[in-house]
Write a protein that binds this ligand. Structure first.
Ligand code: PRT
Ligand code: ZN
Length: 289
């Protein structure tokens, strides 16, 4: 890593956030080889270096201005209490930090946690949460395998990240309450950044937003009789005004529209019932508002 005036973007070196972070950076046109040197990667077509770090270190590297941008979970941002700009929620790495207790234990409400031991890798977020609720507990800081603490009688409950819930289940634990929801964010340093790099950051942010918009949307095309047009348009959840094109048969039109990428099958069936034909739905590569 050199102090060479290039934009530095911190991403997780390996782990749950790695693949998706790399996919986004490549999808917005950055050309780099992440495999040749796992400490950093030089971007060939922009003055950018990708710096590979443990996710725990990313918030502070960005806060201190060593990296101007970073991609990291909101849980780590809260835990490190950093002063950074949250730029864009990245729609991956979704999980929640929850307090869980052994199934069948006498802890049935958060008040029952008073005086108990809670093991967690997120002592700062947990401490803030308990203080807000006015509950005094002993927090046992553990860096991994938090789930086994109750069965080893190291703790009465845990506070850990949950996504599917299968790890809790496998350890005979259940959620008592959720503390905070999390996903990966693009974060930006508040330390002085040169005007050239600010311009580059704006370009990258706008491309990331376009990439995320495209991923959340699909392009819909269909044909219908003019007489069915109003019903079809009012039943199409278009993100912007749909485009209506004339066809060689003056009684028919073609409707093109960007739609949200959910409930697609129900929508298609509904549009067919309303008289649409030749319904085509395609992926969108890029959606710049
Ligand atoms: O080496 P490094 O420090 O970089 O990696 P790490 O081992 O600390 O982190 P990693 O790769 O496990 O997670 C990185 C980030 O992914 C986290 O900080 C979260 O922002 C996000 N994330 C999303 C998760 C999970 N989902 C998740 N389920 N991080 C961890 N888990 C673990 C959780 O701790 C528990 O052990 O998965 C288990 C629970 O999963 P379910 O599916 O059984 O509920
Ligand atoms: Zn970590």
């Amino acid at each position: 890593m050199l102090l060479n005036g290039k934009l530095k973007i911190a991403v997780q070196k390996s782990g749950r956030l790695f693949e998706e972070s790399i996919t986004i950076l490549k999808s917005i046109g950055l050309d780099f080889n992440e495999k040749s040197n796992k400490l950093f990667a030089l971007v060939k077509n922009y003055p950018i270096e990708i710096i590979f770090l443990r996710d725990d270190d990313i918030p502070e590297y960005v806060q201190d201005g060593i990296c101007q941008l970073g991609m990291v979970g909101y849980n780590e941002i809260l835990e490190k209490k950093v002063d950074i700009d949250l730029l864009i929620p990245l729609n991956f790495g979704q999980c929640k930090l929850s307090i869980a207790k052994p199934i069948g234990s006498e802890i049935n409400s958060i008040e029952d946690l008073e005086g108990k031991r809670i093991a967690s890798s997120y002592p700062v977020v947990l401490k803030d949460y308990l203080a807000k609720k006015g509950i005094k507990c002993k927090i046992i800081e553990i860096s991994g395998s938090v789930e086994i603490c109750p069965s080893l009688d190291v703790a009465d409950a845990i506070a850990d990240l949950v996504s599917t819930g299968s790890t809790l289940k496998a350890n005979q634990l259940e959620i008592l309450t959720d503390i905070v929801e999390s996903e990966a964010y693009l974060i930006k340093s508040k330390v002085d950044i040169s005007p050239e790099l600010v311009e580059l950051i704006e370009k990258l942010s706008s491309r990331i937003s376009a990439y995320l918009n495209a991923k959340a949307s699909k392009y819909l095309m269909l044909n219908c009789k003019r007489s069915h047009l109003n019903a079809i348009i009012s039943n199409t959840p278009s993100l912007e005004t749909p485009t209506i094109l004339s066809l060689s048969d003056p009684n028919y039109v073609s409707v093109h529209s960007v739609i949200p990428n959910n409930n697609i099958w129900n929508l298609v069936e509904n549009l067919k019932d309303l008289g649409a034909s030749g319904i085509l739905i395609t992926k969108i590569e890029n959606l710049m508002p």
